[in-house]
Each structure stands twice: as structure tokens, then as C-alpha cells.
Design a protein around this ligand. Structure first.
Ligand code: SF4
Length: 240
């Protein structure tokens, strides 16, 4: 089978916490998040290859883990499963980044012991989803799917992170409170600093970057519900 790839990064120190990872960006996405940094790249670059060719293209001199990212990688179900199997056979821990819309793919990974870390993007308050990320499903459906993934991971000892990119003037502390309440059983909730300069939506390029102190305050709100909370900023990761 062929996988459709938009890009490969041989070495990243930020995509798999506490590991040096190679990151595989699979082509295509079912959302249009206005703050997305790589959507133009993901949609504009496309290369088909076998999983073996894909791994032959990665320089593993430093990487000790694999991250399957996108786009939305779960749109290519067979590719995700094959990549995870190949990585596991080579002894690498595997993380997947997902927007949570394909729990059946995560289920297959979890049930077959092919995944170690699942990071779910929770984009906004659930009643704002359709408008915010221009997806087909409504927020309530996505909420159920995200909760299903958290439950699956918890029952099978797979580390599950939820994370939200906080965009000032579009989101507020109630958004974070509602999200944190909903995903309270995840292992880690991360609030990420929005970076306007590369946003997909031109209007979002004009929005301010949230200050570290503002994110810390939001982190304290989330901490009322989730045991472990971090904020991720351009200056690093801070435990709340
Ligand atoms: S941030 Fe949104 S638009 Fe960008 S790749 Fe992820 S889900 Fe797709």
C-alpha cells in the first residue's frame, strides 16, 4: 500500500515530550482551523510512497521515537496502521497527533498495541466547533468521539494528552473551563500559545499573541479539573 505524505522532519525535540522524534506529516485534513500553521503546506505538498520508502527517507541518527502527524493522519487509516506497525517492529515508541474525529482508527492502534501516546487537539468550546474549524460534524459529536478516545487510552494504559491553542479575542476563560471539565480524565492538558504570524486565516494574523501570564492564569483554571496541566509557549513548557 502507498501512504500520502506531505513532509518528514528527521529530528524534533518538541513533538514527543521528553523524546527526540522523527515526525511524519500525512497529507489531508478534514478541518480548516484558522490558526493552523501548516495547512497550506499540508494541502500543497503530496508524495505517495510505500511505508518502507518512507522509513528509508528518515535519518534515524538521533531520533528515538516516531510521531504520526498531519493534517489529520487518521484520514489515512491503513497508512497510520502500517506506519505504526513498522515503527514498532523497529522498536520505536509511537505517538499520534489527531483532531479526534476518527476514534475507530485510534481504537485499532490501541487494541493492537501499536501506540504509546495520543495527543488530541480540542479546538474550542464544543458549540463553536462547526463555525470555528469549518468541519462537517457538530461539536457534540466531536465531544463524544474525544471522550471515547480518552476512555480507550485510559483503559489500555496509553498516555493521552488533550491540548488547546488559546486564541485571544476569539476564546476566553470560559472556553478553557468547559474544555478542561470535559477532558478531565486525560493524563495531561496543555494550553498552547497562539502564534499569529503563520495563521492560515489572514484575519487571525492580525490577532495578538497571548501573554505567558494570561496562559498561566488559564492553566490555573484548567487545573481545577485536570490533574496535570502545562502551558506551551515559544519560551518553553511550564507546569502549572
Ligand atoms: S490545526 Fe486544524 S487545519 Fe491544521 S492540520 Fe490540525 S486539524 Fe487540520
Amino acid at each position: 500500500m502507498k501512504v500520502i505524505v506531505s513532509g518528514i522532519v528527521d529530528l524534533s525535540t518538541i513533538d514527543y515530550p521528553k523524546k527526540c522524534s522523527a515526525v511524519i506529516f500525512l497529507h489531508g485534513c478534514n478541518m480548516r482551523c484558522p490558526y493552523c500553521h501548516n495547512l497550506n503546506h499540508i494541502l500543497g505538498h503530496k508524495k505517495e510512497m510505500t511505508v518502507e520508502e518512507l522509513f528509508n527517507n528518515i535519518d534515524f541518527f538521533f531520533a528515538d521515537a516516531i510521531v504520526i502527524s498531519g493534517g489529520e493522519p487518521t484520514l489515512q487509516k491503513d497508512a497510520v496502521i502500517e506506519i505504526a506497525k513498522y515503527a514498532k517492529e523497529k522498536g520505536f515508541p509511537v505517538k499520534i497527533d489527531t483532531n479526534g474525529t476518527r476514534p475507530e482508527v485510534i481504537e485499532e492502534l490501541v487494541k493492537n498495541n501499536l501506540i504509546d501516546y495520543v495527543a488530541i487537539d480540542v479546538k474550542c468550546k464544543f458549540d463553536k466547533y462547526k463555525e470555528f474549524v469549518k468541519c462537517k460534524e457538530d461539536g457534540e459529536e466531536i465531544k463524544k468521539k474525544i471522550l471515547k478516545i480518552i476512555d480507550l487510552c485510559k483503559k489500555n494504559n496509553v498516555f493521552v494528552e488533550c491540548r488547546t491553542t488559546f486564541v485571544p479575542m476569539v476564546m476566553d476563560k470560559e472556553d478553557i473551563e468547559e474544555i478542561a471539565k470535559t477532558v478531565k480524565d486525560c493524563d495531561l492538558y496543555a494550553i498552547q500559545q497562539f502564534e499569529p504570524k503563520d495563521a492560515y486565516d489572514e484575519e487571525f494574523k492580525k490577532l495578538p499573541m497571548p501573554k505567558e501570564d494570561e496562559l498561566k492564569e488559564l492553566g490555573k483554571i484548567a487545573k481545577k479539573y485536570v490533574d496535570r496541566v502545562v502551558i506551551r509557549t515559544i519560551n518553553g513548557v511550564f507546569e502549572i
